[in-house]
Design a protein around this ligand. Sequence first.
Ligand SMILES: Nc1ncnc2c1ncn2[C@@H]1O[C@H](COP(=O)(O)OP(=O)(O)OP(=O)(O)O)[C@@H](O)[C@H]1O
Ligand SMILES: [Mg+2]
Length: 340
Amino acid sequence: MPMVEIKHLRKEYKDKPEPAVKDLSLELEQGDIFGFIGPNGAGKTTTIKMLATLLIPTAGTALVDGIDVVKNPEKIRSIIGYMPDFLGVYDDIKVWEYLDFFAAAYRIPKDRRPQIIDDVLALTDLNVKKDSYVESLSRGMKQRLCLAKTLVHDPKVMLLDEPASGLDPRARIEIRELLKELQSMGKTIIVSSHILPEMEEFCNKVGIIERGEMIVAGDVNTIARQVRGHQNISIGVVDDIERAAAILQGMTDLIRDVKVTNGLRQLNDADGGEGRGQTLQRESFSTKGSVLQVGYIGEPDNEYKILTTLVEAGIKVRAFYTPETDLEDVFLRVTKGQVA
Ligand SMILES: Nc1ncnc2c1ncn2[C@@H]1O[C@H](COP(=O)(O)OP(=O)(O)OP(=O)(O)O)[C@@H](O)[C@H]1O
Ligand SMILES: [Mg+2]
């Protein structure tokens, strides 16, 4: 049974002609980390709020762990952890009191709460702030505290609406590490974001939503292949690069497009919106030797044929791998940049 099963979900807001979410379907298995990606106004928050039982769908169904979010909201709230896109303000309350408050709201018995509070503080690396006032925390710490709060009742499914928004790079990395930890604990997570390159590192599935419609959804690499029509493969060779390139160029049934690079990849963002314009430089692997980039167009799982051919021809292959999918690129291709 899928952990999350959304079918034809739709949400219309009063006095808004177009639905915020229309005919959205999605299935997630236990342990999936789903990156929910889309431009402003696409319908991410609306979808997440329907799953969190805070908005009633106009049509369609959503089940979490087999439970209907509309028919049984009480039960749903006990198995989900929802982190909203905007944090509430809590004055004159200490970190542990804040967590104790939510633990009490989840009806966790008083004698069990101190241990749970210590556990979630340890997980979010906030132990030292236990007796600090919430308002004295930095934004990144507040964000982590909010995550700690969503964990007090040990939810099966976490709904995180832009957990890393407004954070500096270090704080974003901390959130990312935390999400990886939750992933290793077997949680099913839906996380929305605009910051795409961050998602690909820990999401096994992604969906791109635009104007209330899921344009593509599924496994990260499959989506990239759908969009691009090919899968990038990087091949590092010790020497003989020209001969290697010639062999690859001859494999027209498996490969299209052979490029020689120096092992560094540059992602350049053309338009100047938020978080754009900067050049990300990633080292795919050591720059020693040369790297060939090919576009693989063969059947899935037949990539080894390329490797076999090279090795049999005596080429000294020192690396052969599929680089991380460049989600930013996929995103820009499938969305037309229209905002609902
Ligand atoms: N309470 C509301 N009443 C009317 N329209 C709303 C309401 N909340 C959201 N909308 C509209 O629904 C659409 C989807 O909004 P939503 O907040 O779900 O998008 P989002 O993908 O979360 O965007 P962002 O990236 O900016 O957070 C938008 O057009 C928005 O204006
Ligand atoms: Mg939103």
